[in-house]
Design a protein around this ligand. Structure first.
Ligand code: HEC
Length: 102
């Protein structure tokens, strides 16, 4: 029993570890384009991650963006209905599209 208490104390003590120096976490802003459909992006995408993922894809086709939105819905369970899927896909293609549908 004493051993158990000792082990627990040792393990939990790490949770109270402190660092003397000031830690600065860099702030990275991802400027997203404003415009029609931005509301949908803010409502449906920002709840899980920053806009960085979107911006880092570069200009892509409508099929690509629709695929990404569907990936978020199917794999990561983004709570989006048909309307939200349409609005976000249109926004992405309009602002981060390459003009090609496929
Ligand atoms: C339920 C949470 C959730 C929501 C909502 C969500 N995403 Fe994601 N998304 C993720 C996760 C988790 C990853 C990281 C996947 C990885 O690291 O492999 C990701 C990654 C991405 C990527 C990187 C490329 C890729 O294929 O992984 C893109 C682009 C992206 N999301 C776009 C969007 C867009 C656009 C929306 C809004 C329509 C959105 N996400 C909403 C969870 C979400």
């Amino acid at each position: 029993m004493k051993k158990l208490i000792l082990i627990t104390a040792l393990l939990t003590s790490a949770l109270f570890a402190q660092v003397k120096e000031k830690i600065e976490v860099p702030y990275v802003a991802f400027p997203i384009k404003m415009g029609k459909g931005f509301d949908a992006i803010q409502t449906n995408c920002l709840m899980c991650h920053s806009f960085g993922y979107i911006i880092n894809q570069g200009r892509q086709s409508k099929k690509f963006w629709h695929g990404k939105v569907m990936k978020m819905v199917d794999h990561f369970k983004a709570p989006m209905d048909e309307q939200a899927i349409k609005e976000t896909t249109n926004y992405l293609f309009e602002h981060y599209g390459n003009g090609k549908l496929k």
